[in-house]
Structures are given as C-alpha cells and as structure tokens.
Design a protein around this ligand. Structure first.
Ligand code: HEM
Length: 460
C-alpha cells in the first residue's frame, strides 16, 4: 500500500465511504442519466461527507463537505490530478490546455497566462465591458413590443463578445450565433460521452459524432482566423493572444505550435463566456420571479447611477448587484461538479480513498447543505452580507474552485457579471413567459433546460 506522506498515514483511516448500492450491474448509472443534480445533490448529501458511487465498473467518490473539498483542492492538492475519465472527455473536445493539463506543463502555462488576468489588466477591460453591454441593451430597444427574448441566448452572445474583445481584441459579434451553437453541441457531446459507457469511436459517422466534428470545425475556423489575422497585422496590444503567441519555452526557445495555440484560445473563449453567461441567466431568472429582489436592485442602481450608464468604477457602490451574483453562483454554480483523481492513497474526512480513485467534488451539494446555509433552496442575496458570511467555513462556498487551480478568470467574471446586471436593472423590468419550464440542466456548465424567455419592459 502506498503511503501519502503529505497527510496523515493511511493506516489511520477507519472506514470505507458509504454509498447507495444501485443496480446490480449498472450501479448508479441509471440515476446519473436520469437526474445528475439529484444524485450529486440530495442523494450524496444523505450519506454524509464522502459517498461511494459505482457507475458500471467505475467507482467515484463524491466529496460534499467543505473540509473534504478543502483537503483535496488545497491542503493536499499535490496528491490529486484532474480526473482521468472526465478529463479524457474534456480533452477530446477542448484539447490539451490550461484546464486539462497537469503537473509541470500546467504550471508553466499558468505562469505564462497569469499576467493577462492581473487585477490592473482587468480594470483596463472595463471600457470594453461597458461599451459592449450598453450596445447590447440599446439593441433590445428595437425589439417588437411584447416579444419574449431568450436571455440565456442573449447572455451567451454578450459574454462571448466581451471575452473576444478583452482577451483577444476581436469582435465576435458576427460569429456569435455559429459559435454559440457550436459550443452547445460541444457541451452536449461531452455530457453524452460522460454518461455513455461504450460510446462509438469518433471515426464512426454517427449523427452525434458528425455534429460534434462540425462544431469543432466551426470553432477551429474562428480561432485560426484570429491567429492568422494577428500574424498578418501585428498589434501593439499586450492581450492574452499576444502573450500566447510570443511565449517561448525557457529551455528550447520554441514558441507554441498552432495546435497548442488553438487549444488554449478555444478553451478561453469557452470558459471565458459560458460560465459567466449561465450565472447571469440564473440571476436574471431570480430577478424576474422575485419582485422584492428586483426592486431592491433597481433602487440601488437608481441611487448610485442617477440615470447615467453603469461603469466598472461604480461596482464598489453596487454591493447588492454583487450579492445577487454571489447568490446565483451559490444556488446555480456554473461549475457544479469538479473532478479529480488520487495519485496515492489518502484519507478524506476520515474515509479511505485508494490511489487512482476518481473523485467528484460536488459544488452543487456543498452549496445547498443546510449545515452551512439556512433555507438553502431560497434565493436570498443578503446571506452574502459580511455579517451573515462570518463564521461560514471557507469551502462552504467554492464557485471558482480553490487551491492552485482556482479559476484564473474569477476576477473577470466578478467584474463583468454585476456590471451587466446593474445595467439591465437600470433600464429594464423582466417578466418570465408564463408557464415556461425553467429547470437547471447540468451540461459542462449548469444551463437552463429550455432557455429563459422573458419580456423586457423599458423602465420609465
Ligand atoms: C462565473 C464565471 C465562472 C465560473 C463559475 C468559473 C468556474 C471555474 C472553476 C470552478 C474552475 C476550477 C476547475 C477545477 O478545479 O477543476 C475554473 C477554472 C478555470 N476557469 Fe473559470 N469560471 C468562470 C469564469 C471564467 C472566465 C471569465 C475565464 C476566462 C476568461 C475562466 C477560465 C478558466 C480557466 C482557464 C480555468 C482553468 C484554470 C487552471 O486550471 O489553471 N473562467 N473556473
């Protein structure tokens, strides 16, 4: 037996984690397919801090306590790499990049890209975020009166444009429809591969595989065009694209290959917009069905902005807008499940975790655990006031993960999302389409099941 010297000796472990037995052959696979959120929410929570789940022959340990998650992501992070199974599927779709690599290769990329996400640089993104947001809101003015607009779609297009402009200095307005559809296909493909034990190999032209390859081509073409354009007309801009293209290996002096560049850029476009868009969608959903929250935000925005357009500089004076984003990220965490794999044997919350085990860190279960959150199902932005946050274990809330692999774009998201929310609240009231079902739909990120059609009424 391997001993993990980074923590307590494995001999101290007393028990194997409990868990549901499930189907004799399939284990919990049918539940996974039927309702992932119930499985990685209510079901695992009923077993305590760590739950053992079997999917056919694959064993996964779900960790759903702040202490356990902190142990894996932070205290003993060197004993964990990205989960082989989930990461394999992500790599198939997104290639090798900052999200999917481990070890030295990850560290050197992270060091290379970190400066593009520096606080000062993010402040400089403000102008682009403001302009694209106000542009989009102006366009809504032209919508036929009474029409329902799918806010999930709108938020995807808006955050995609912001990611393109801030990270790569390109306007993706013209590509947003095609790219949006391609990323949806990609997410559905990843989901399908994750819950299908023996999927047909990619070279077999099933409808699923063909759609996936077509989506990959769409994304590749956009990214290639961005690289080619920058090579043709070099820019003074020190954006992420410039950093990636100018990077040289310290030992060999070689730059990134075109394929490496494509994988990093594709990931940044995907991770940089979809997560923020789904967070905003959920925040807008709650605003639309929760009059008191909407009114309080409108009051804050009116008092602070007094009719002028919102800017990033206003954000410190818009704490309620930020609390709504925080609460949307709690109740509907875009990254609803994180995956890891143990390198050596370990002990998590007193439970034995064998070397090689797949771990699933359920952000969704932690964020709805009544031990840390009173009335966890209720949307209550004020639980994020400093007073009410005091005393909560730090990893009871982890929308951006934690430890060295903490989301590199978290400051961008937390700048962009409250700004967009404040701008919308200043100009529009939202009304949900009556009878339209809105359920969380867990793909790579937590989307809505059928979009979010709302009617936008300009405020006086
Ligand atoms: C509300 C918005 C966002 C949420 C909820 C979110 C969530 C997360 C989480 C939980 C992780 C850690 C994954 C893990 O540990 O396995 C992560 C990593 C990452 N995120 Fe975000 N993210 C958001 C926005 C962004 C933005 C705006 C960008 C880029 C502009 C971005 C780029 C990345 C990248 C590249 C990684 C991998 C970092 C690494 O492993 O070094 N994310 N994100």
């Amino acid at each position: 037996m391997t001993h993990n010297t980074l923590t307590q000796p494995v001999a101290a472990a007393r028990r194997a984690p409990p868990g549901p037995r499930g189907h004799l052959l399939w284990g919990m696979l049918p539940e996974l397919r039927r309702n992932k959120l119930r499985l990685f929410g209510e079901t695992v929570r009923a077993y305590g801090d760590v739950t053992r789940l079997r999917f056919l022959h694959v064993i996964t340990y779900s960790v759903q306590s702040p202490e356990g998650v902190k142990h894996v992501l932070q205290d003993n992070n060197r004993n964990y790499r990205k989960g082989e199974f989930v990461n394999g599927v992500l790599t198939l779709a997104l290639g090798e990049n900052l999200l999917t690599t481990d070890g030295e290769s990850w560290l050197s990329r992270r060091r290379l890209m970190q400066p593009a996400f520096h606080r000062q640089r993010i402040a400089a993104f403000g102008a682009a975020m403001e302009q694209i947001t106000h542009d989009t809101l102006d366009q809504w003015r032209g919508l036929p009166e009474g029409e329902y607009v799918d806010m999930e779609h709108e938020m995807m297009a808006l955050t995609l444009r912001i990611a393109g402009q801030t990270l790569f200095s390109v306007d993706l307005l013209g590509e947003s429809q095609a790219l949006g559809e391609a990323f949806t296909v990609l997410s559905q493909f990843i989901d399908y591969r994750l819950e299908t034990p023996y999927p047909p190999p990619l070279f077999i032209p099933t409808a699923q595989n063909r759609r996936f390859k077509q989506a990959m081509r769409t994304i590749d073409q956009t990214v290639q065009a961005m690289i080619a354009e920058r090579r043709r007309t070099p820019s003074e801009k020190q954006d992420l694209l410039a950093m990636l293209m100018e990077a040289r290996d310290a030992d060999t002096g070689e730059g990134m290959t075109d394929q490496e560049l494509r994988h990093e850029i594709g990931l940044m476009i995907f991770a940089g917009h979809e997560t923020t868009a789904t967070t905003l969608t959920w925040a807008l959903y709650e605003l639309a069905r929760n009059g008191a929250v909407a009114q309080k935000l409108a009051d804050e925005v009116d008092a602070v902005l007094a009719g002028r357009p919102a800017t990033v500089a206003d954000l410190p004076n818009l704490p309620y807008a930020r609390m709504i984003v925080d609460e949307a990220l709690r109740l509907y965490p875009a990254a609803w499940n994180l995956s890891r794999q143990a390198i050596n044997d370990d002990v998590v919350c007193g439970y034995q975790i064998p070397a090689g085990a797949q771990l699933s860190l359920s952000t969704f279960a932690v964020h709805r655990d009544p031990r840390w959150w009173s009335e966890p199902e209720r949307f209550d932005p004020e639980r994020f006031t400093p007073e009410r946050s005091a005393g909560r274990p730090p990893y009871a809330y982890l929308p951006f993960g934690g430890g060295p692999r903490l989301c590199i774009g978290n400051m961008i998201a937390l700048t962009e999302a409250p700004l967009i929310l404040a701008a919308i609240a200043q100009r529009y009231r939202l009304r949900l389409k009556p009878g339209h079902p809105v359920e969380p739909h867990p793909l790579v990120t937590l989307r809505t099941s059928h979009g979010l059609p709302v009617r936008l009424t300009p405020r006086a």
